[in-house]
Design a protein around this ligand. Sequence first.
Ligand SMILES: Nc1nc2c(ncn2[C@@H]2O[C@H](COP(=O)(O)OP(=O)(O)O)[C@@H](O)[C@H]2O)c(=O)[nH]1
Ligand SMILES: [Mg+2]
Length: 249
Amino acid sequence: MQRWLVIPAYNEERALPRLLGRVAALGVVDGVLVVDDGSSDGTVACVEAWHDGPRAQVVRHGTNRGLGAAMRTALSAITAGPLADDDMVVTMDADDTHDPALIPRMCAAAVEADVVVASRYCPGGREFGLAWHRKVLSRAASAFLGLMRPVPGVRDYSCGFRAYRVRILREAVARYGADGLVTTDGFACMAEILLRLHRLGARCVEVPLELHYERKEGRSKMRIARTIRGYAQILRAVSPAEDILARQR
Ligand SMILES: Nc1nc2c(ncn2[C@@H]2O[C@H](COP(=O)(O)OP(=O)(O)O)[C@@H](O)[C@H]2O)c(=O)[nH]1
Ligand SMILES: [Mg+2]
């Protein structure tokens, strides 16, 4: 079974080399796909200069289009590529706040699941160094989605660190198209992907994540108002009515 790592990156020249170094040292993946979203710094150069790890590919957007657009590009490329249905795709942030040492445990948990969420909110999950307003926003978003669009087995709807079985991603792209799987360009895309996979019958489980936000250099790229609007959009987009309409199409 192969494991590929997908990293959406926007101006991450400082954190990404550190993360790639840790990935190489651990030897936990067979390949890395970085989606560079119109970075104006040396993000692409640092991936191209990385030769002491697994195979690395970069897909570039000419302009900055947002995290959702990068995930759409990544999922299109991965599902159209040579990976087998049983292989795993792991997504994680480029900012070196997620620990790649968790990847084997996430892939092991996928024995009984299609999607494994590295979760700040399940027993054993923790977060360090996060500003209080970010904690409130993330927890509120997950609590709200848990009420409005519950996904059994999941408490953390927005974390970008996840493992997916390629088969379920291919089923989702076949059903919705890549554009329909991820309709929001912003950070709410992580919740949107989860809700749509759940609608397809994906089994989801969590493993505890220690988020090390104190390692983050520079500011978060999350725009709070835009993200809240994104959640409102996906609540409308991923509705029970949409499912009925999709079956009729
Ligand atoms: N492709 C793409 N990735 C982005 C964009 N903004 C942020 N990212 C990436 O998405 C991930 C999450 O962003 P980050 O700043 O770490 O958000 P936070 O951890 O929630 O504060 C990181 O890997 C970023 O490099 C964007 O506009 N496009
Ligand atoms: Mg991050």
